[in-house]
Design a protein around this ligand. Structure first.
Ligand code: FAD
Length: 322
């Protein structure tokens, strides 16, 4: 009986959020006195997964699974859970994992808690703390089913190295045509830049930037920091930026390490999408802007003066520390 972790990957590379999930699974395994088995689909990364605490990696190699397919992937993870007699299954809280998890929960008759923020408060009874109401509150939920599925919120646990010599085992789940009722025909990426979902740093602009012609400095700041760019809803509604960049209650959620908000007032619907970000920096010329209440660091000033200076200082710092 091990703790099973489904490790998301992209183009054969294990994602960083999946390594955080492995670290977390190792924490639970230690609480329960057991080990971690990772299930990896069409990706290689046994030593990397071992580094964060996996003792065994079930390697699934199947061309039919080359594109993410929630239904088929759920069958794979379900079969791995049964083969390993895993009572706890860990995954991330990414959009794909949130698609997969309920299907898996039905398959395994398991209780599912998404957006977990820490190790279970206790494993008997099994109680997990998690974010609710778009990260505005916490709940502690007891999972009473025999099998339990936990979706870890991004950046909630962190990467924790736990060097383990992992063994790799080929795993060939049985999949029939009826396991592929949904088919992903193609995947079109909106951009080749860092995506908001994967970004460690996000630079976001609001209506205070006056117009799309002023986004050059946002792009430059983002490039200097290796960040993704984002925006408030009105900015995308006005067509200044693509809708893929809109964050908030009705847009994308952001759980980055650093979120820099420039010329954004901090309306509740915007904050709902960025609450899970760790450090929030706000640049706004209105000292009464509501965003300052949610900020870790605030700069009261004109974005058109502050941002170029910030870029200049960051470039200097990078040059000195190259
Ligand atoms: P504004 O409210 O116009 O604020 C601009 C800010 O820029 C001000 O604080 C101003 O002081 C500052 N500023 C102006 N000039 C400068 C300068 N030179 N330098 C520095 N600062 C400057 N919004 C979202 O973002 N995401 C959502 O998902 C979302 N969902 C919504 C859902 C519903 C149902 C509703 C009703 C609204 C939603 N909204 C959402 C809209 C939200 O309520 C706000 O209207 C919106 O977030 C405001 O965007 P903003 O801060 O860019 O613009």
């Amino acid at each position: 009986m091990s703790v099973l972790v489904y490790t998301e990957s992209e183009e054969g590379k294990i994602k960083k959020i999946a390594l955080e999930a492995v670290s977390y699974a190792k924490g639970i395994a230690d609480q329960m006195g057991t080990s971690v088995t990772a299930v990896s689909i069409n990706a290689n990364g046994t030593s990397e997964l071992g580094k964060y605490g996996a003792s065994k990696v079930l390697q699934v190699s199947n061309d039919k699974l080359s594109k993410f397919n929630a239904e088929a992937y759920a069958y794979v993870v379900a079969q791995a859970a049964k083969a390993e007699d895993a009572k706890v299954i860990v995954m991330t809280s990414s959009a794909n994992s949130k698609f997969l998890a309920p299907l898996l929960a039905v398959n395994l008759e398991a209780g599912f808690v998404p957006n977990a923020v820490g190790l279970p408060e206790s494993t008997s009874p099994f109680k997990v703390k998690h974010n609710v109401f778009t990260n505005k509150a916490f709940a502690i939920t007891e999972i009473t089913t025999d099998r339990k599925i936990i979706g870890l919120g991004k950046n909630s646990y962190g990467l924790k190295e736990n060097e383990t010599s992992a063994t790799s085992e080929a795993f060939s789940p049985s999949l029939d045509a009826h396991d592929f009722n949904m088919e992903v025909i193609s995947v079109d990426k909106a951009t080749d830049k860092v995506t908001i979902a994967d970004a460690e740093v996000v630079v976001s602009g609001g209506r205070g930037l006056k117009g799309p012609e002023n986004w050059g400095m946002i792009e430059e700041l983002a490039k200097t920091l290796g960040a993704a760019t984002a925006c408030s809803k009105p900015v995308s509604d006005l067509g200044w930026r693509p809708h893929s960049e809109h964050v908030g209650q009705t847009g994308k959620p952001v759980a980055s390490n650093l979120y820099i908000a420039i010329g954004i007032s901090g309306a509740i619907q915007h904050l709902a999408g960025i609450n899970a970000s760790k450090v929030k920096v706000v640049i706004n010329n209105d000292p009464e802007a509501p965003f300052f209440k949610a900020a870790d660091y605030g700069i009261v000033g004109d974005a058109f003066e502050v941002v170029p200076k910030l870029i200049e200082k960051l470039k200097e710092f990078k040059a000195q520390n190259a």
